[in-house]
Design a protein around this ligand. Structure first.
Ligand SMILES: NC(=O)c1ccc[n+]([C@@H]2O[C@H](COP(=O)([O-])OP(=O)(O)OC[C@H]3O[C@@H](n4cnc5c(N)ncnc54)[C@H](O)[C@@H]3O)[C@@H](O)[C@H]2O)c1
Length: 351
């Protein structure tokens, strides 16, 4: 049904896993990966599939209305899986307007183009918006976010994602645009930009640098292996009900400090260091402004309705992740040195 699919943000962390899964599992689909290649976009993430006949990369900005209109006219997309976003909470605290521009305006531009080019003939069409559990705000010690939890975003990042979710539902209700949203918990896994907690900690432990932990490390997050998120997106895209929201999570809550201690243990083992060596690098730093205490997702609806469940236990997924970073030193070196940003011009412009 959805033959030509636009995936936005496909050069990013989660997007690259989604692109790979779709390119490999659906050879009869045409996958167009649209990405502006901001600091977070890295085409080296997709080296292995770049020459597949059903894959094409297009560099461009989702906030550029005429460019997006042209793209829809050229490719006549049947489906959109929208992941492009500014995604780092700390950056949103420093520069909120960049988040409003990309996450709110960019989503609205895509919604508008979808509506315009699908011309109210929505047969076989779908706009799938990938969002976050952070739109729900912060939990106390108990309870879970369900699809009924009222939105209560508290950082510029989560406020911009909440706003984009509202626009998606507004297009569904007002124009009957076939749309689905999923809200997922924190992801971890390969190809994660090393400004985020887990890859940053792996990188610093490996290089014997301090591992910064906000406050006392008491904040709780629910972690999901990125490939499980990509599988959930596949399931929801193909089987989800239009107009619905699905929560995605691993039922896997960890205090930041417990997670970092587990990571230190795994790193000691992998680097053949004496037990306790890596943990000495843990350094508590001033807490993030407005730091949400706890996120925890209730993913029962997705499990009961569509049969999805996480495939990995956290310890297993974390060990796999560490192994990937240790085996892919070149990827990490290119990201930390900035060399990954030359990859696009090397691959696509010098031909
Ligand atoms: N990382 C998580 O734990 C997590 C959890 C739940 C939901 N999400 C959501 O999933 C999506 C992907 O997250 P991620 O962690 O992979 O992010 P990321 O920052 O790794 O990737 C974002 C991608 O979007 C691209 N991009 C940014 N601005 C753009 C623009 N104006 N036009 C076109 N492309 C642009 C970047 O170049 C990058 O490749 C986001 O929408 C995020 O809100 C992330």
């Amino acid at each position: 049904m959805h033959n030509t699919i636009l995936i936005t943000g496909g050069a990013g962390f989660i997007g690259s896993h989604v692109v790979r899964l779709f390119v490999k599992n659906y050879p009869h689909y045409q996958i167009i990966n649209l990405d502006a290649l901001t600091y977070a976009g890295n085409l080296e993430n997709l080296k292995d599939i770049k020459d597949q006949p059903n894959y094409k990369f297009v560099k461009g900005d989702i906030t550029d209305e005429s460019f997006i209109d042209e793209l829809f006219a050229t490719y006549k997309f049947d489906g959109v899986i929208h992941l492009a976003a500014e995604s780092h909470v700390d950056r949103s605290i420093m520069d909120p307007l960049a988040f409003i521009k990309t996450n709110v305006m960019g989503t609205a531009v895509l919604l508008n183009a979808s509506r315009k080019y699908w011309k109210d003939n929505y047969e076989g069409k779908l706009f799938y918006h990938v969002s976050t559990d952070e739109v729900y705000g912060s939990l106390g010690e108990e309870g879970f976010f369900t699809e009924q939890t009222a939105y209560d975003p508290r950082s510029p990042y989560s406020a911009s994602k909440a706003s984009s979710d509202h626009f998606v539902m507004a297009y569904y209700h007002t124009y009957h645009l076939p749309a689905i949203i999923s809200n997922c918990s924190n992801n971890y896994g390969s190809n994660h930009f090393p400004e985020k907690l887990i890859p940053l900690a792996i990188h610093n432990i490996k290089n014997n640098k301090p591992v910064p932990v906000y406050g006392k490390g008491e904040n709780v997050r629910d972690w999901l292996f990125v490939e499980d998120h990509a599988r959930a997106i596949d399931t929801i895209f193909h089987k989800g009900r239009v107009g619905e929201t699905y929560n995605i999570g691993g039922f896997n809550e960890w205090k930041n400090i417990d997670l970092i201690n587990l990571l230190c243990m795994i790193m000691d083992k992998k680097l053949q260091r004496a037990p306790g060596t890596s943990a000495q690098l843990i350094t508590f730093v001033k807490d993030r402004a407005g730091h949400d205490l706890r996120y925890a997702i209730d993913a029962t609806k997705l499990n009961k309705e569509l049969g999805w469940e996480p495939s990995l236990q956290f310890e297993e997924g974390l060990e796999k992740t560490v192994e990937w970073y240790l085996a892919n030193e070149e990827w990490l070196e290119h990201v930390t040195s900035g060399a990954y940003q030359d990859y696009y011009s090397d691959q696509y412009q010098k031909r």
